[in-house]
Structures are given as C-alpha cells and as structure tokens.
Design a protein around this ligand. Structure first.
Ligand SMILES: [Fe+2]
Ligand SMILES: [Fe+2]
Length: 246
C-alpha cells in the first residue's frame, strides 16, 4: 500500500516502503496534478496496483497525459505499459537517448516522446524542463526541473535509504554518499559533480528524489556539499557485493 502526500503545490509523493535484507528502502513516484496530469517514474511492474491506487487518491489514473521515465530501469518504468494502457490519452516521455537506445528494438509499441536538453513539457501551471545528465548513473539519464515550484526531479541523485518522512530536514549527506559507494550506481565523481554545479545554478526550492524524502532549500546544501566532498564513484562493489578489488 503506497502512502500519498502532497509535498508542494500539486506535486504528490506516492511512496512504497519495502524491507530489503539490511535496510528499509522507499520507491517514490511523483504525481503532478495539473491540466495535463503527469506521473514521474512508475515503480516496478509489481508495484503497479499500489501506485495506481495512490494516483487514484488524487485523480483518475485514466486521465494521465504523461508517464515520464528518467532512465530505463525497472523502478523507473516497470509499470509503463499498464499506466499507458489505462490512460488512452497518455504518452511516455523520456530522454531522446532512452527512446533511441532502450525503447526501440524491443516489443514496446506504445506512444513515445524522446526529449533533449532544454525542451519543456507544459502541463498547465507546471512546466517541466528536461536536463540531459548523461552518466549520472546511466548514459540515457535525465532530470526534470519544474519552473513553477522550482522543483528538481533528480531520479537517483539526492536519495536516502531507510524509512524517511515525505520531507527530510536532517543532514543525511554522508549517509547518502556511503550508500552510493556500497551500491555502485555512479561510475565516476566528475559527471555527478558537474551536475551538482548545474543544479546549484538552478537554485531549486525543492529536490524530489526517487528514494527517501524530498529536500527543501535549507536542506539541499547538506547533500550538495557531501557530493562535492565525498567520493561516490564505483569502488568495486555492486549492491554491497565485492565484484573487483578497489
Ligand atoms: Fe536507477
Ligand atoms: Fe531508482
């Protein structure tokens, strides 16, 4: 059962907490309630019913116009077919690279929009600008910036493991970096730090990560500082398992 909270002005966090062997872990989707409603990340295929019911607490899931994935991975878009099927006027929006690399050449035949840096989806009051952020974890990775609420949707950057409240105010920056070193989702620090600079220039009021709680503007610097001071690049571990000696 997903928990639903409005974080800021029409942006709802739909959160499912699961128990992993060593920690609890949250999978968030963000619903934007606007003239053209959008769902950012779908969660895995198996989470579909819970996420759909979470969406239904706010609006009719059949009215979704955009299902947006920020890179191709099960927790981003495992439920895409089912959300698109249930919403006849919806399209899948993703990076141009996700469309070319990951949604072509398979048996997916749904509606796709691939977007490049700077393009904007106009939802009505909210305007979502695409930022291409290659190698901030995958080469098709992108983020979104909502101009209206100054909200960044960074997918797997700025996350926290554990059972977190909808809005985190604690300094969990070091914990985040340690977690990244354990799971090995970033190859190298440089693309991450370059994106941290770009994000600072956007001066966001909110950051809504895919795992953990959202960060308000007072809390964001804790996490940005940690990403600059601590290494988050690959150390030879994948999901905590030693693959190669570092
Ligand atoms: Fe990911
Ligand atoms: Fe993720």
């Amino acid at each position: 059962m997903a928990r639903v909270d409005e974080v800021v002005d029409g942006i709802y966090r739909i959160c499912t907490t699961v128990q992993l062997p060593d920690t609890e872990f949250q999978f968030n989707q963000f619903l934007i309630n606007d003239e053209r409603p959008a769902l950012i990340h779908t969660g895995m295929y198996g989470l579909y019913e819970g996420v759909r019911d979470g969406v239904a607490e706010v609006l009719d899931p059949g009215k979704l116009e955009y299902v947006i994935l920020l890179h191709f991975e099960a927790d981003e878009n495992g439920g895409m077919d089912r959300f698109l099927e249930g919403a006849p006027n919806s399209a899948l929006a993703c990076s141009a690279l996700s469309a070319i690399l990951n949604l072509s050449g398979w048996n997916y035949s749904g509606r796709i929009e691939g977007h490049m840096e700077g393009e904007v989806i106009d939802l009505g009051r909210h305007k979502l600008r695409f930022l291409e952020t290659p190698h901030v974890h995958h080469w098709d990775s992108m983020m979104l910036f909502d101009e209206t609420t100054k909200s960044l949707f960074p997918s797997d950057l700025f996350i926290q493991p554990g059972d977190q409240p909808p809005v985190v105010t604690e300094n969990l920056g070091r914990m985040m970096c340690e977690y990244y070193r354990q799971i090995g989702i970033f190859a190298h620090d440089k693309p991450v730090r370059d994106v941290v600079d770009r994000i600072e220039a956007l001066d966001p009021d909110w950051i809504h990560g895919m795992h953990g709680g959202s960060l308000g503007r007072e809390t964001i610097p804790y996490f940005s500082r940690a990403l600059r001071e601590e290494s988050v690049g690959y150390t030879g571990k994948l999901l905590g398992r030693e693959v190669l000696p570092s």
